[in-house]
Design a binder for this molecule. Structure first.
Ligand code: CTP
Ligand code: CA
Length: 224
């Protein structure tokens, strides 16, 4: 399956994958969210499991079948995703952040449903920054653990990707080209895999499973 040729080339490895998109509650019935389906993260989980890895999939608001043989941890908010990923990462050989994490959350959460009023315009929604989970993982990790990020870029894909890889401090950044029907919610993806050492692997437009296999090939190459 992988470039290494062996069908079980990830046997004995533990990997953690985040998938989907986080949601930040505004009140008991509303949230700020994004359009990530989780399909790329699930493809990473299925391919890693097929190649013999022990897989924990931290799934944020997805509506996809649990991959066979994978430990699925459902979460919703960024805080929940952060706790679950850090917990699972303590024992992992690789962590792949495929989830779309909300950059901001409402500064406060209304305990009751926000009501509209006829006599005035709505209040603006104050936002605060969320922690950068990928940067946290990269900054503080067990020896030998690979940290992989994903980035969706709509313009200046390569320069933005290289700058982001450096800023995050991760080992590998998979940069998706988005827009014009690629990536969000679709079955296919097109990407370039950037490594901290400078290597770049172009992955042509194709199934998310194929991109997932190329990501594991690169990860496996880095492991001691
Ligand atoms: N990420 C994260 N925590 C955040 C935001 C992003 O762990 N608070 C991770 C994502 O899971 C992804 C990577 O960082 O693996 C890149 O996400 P992206 O949104 O492209 O990066 P940002 O630094 O948020 O930059 P931008 O301003 O372009 O959104
Ligand atoms: Ca972001």
């Amino acid at each position: 399956r992988g470039a290494a040729g062996s069908a079980r080339d990830l046997a004995g490895r533990r990997v953690v994958i985040s998938a989907g998109g986080t949601r930040e509650p505004l009140d008991p019935v509303r949230y700020l969210g994004n359009r990530s389906s989780g399909k790329q993260g699930y493809a990473l989980a299925r391919t890693a499991a097929a190649r013999g890895a022990a897989v924990t999939l931290v799934a944020a608001n997805t509506a996809l079948p649990d991959p066979a043989g994978v430990t699925v941890v459902p979460v919703s908010t960024t805080e929940e995703l952060r706790d679950a990923v850090h917990k699972a990462a303590a024992e992992a050989d690789a962590v792949v952040m495929a989830a779309a994490v909300a950059d901001f959350r409402p500064a406060s959460r209304a305990t009751q449903k926000i009501k509209k009023r006829d006599d005035r315009e709505p209040e603006p929604i104050a936002l605060v920054r969320n922690p950068d989970i990928l940067a946290e993982l990269a900054a503080d990790r067990p020896a030998g653990q690979l940290v992989v990020g994903f980035a969706a870029e709509t313009e200046d894909v390569l320069p933005n990707g290289r700058a982001k890889l450096a800023r995050k401090g991760c080992d590998i950044l998979v940069v998706n080209r988005v827009g014009e029907g690629i990536a969000f919610g679709t079955e296919e993806n097109e990407a370039v895999i950037l490594e901290a050492g400078g290597a770049e692997t172009e992955v042509p437009h194709g199934p998310k499973e194929a991109l997932a296999d190329r990501v594991w090939d690169v990860v496996a190459r880095h492991w001691p």
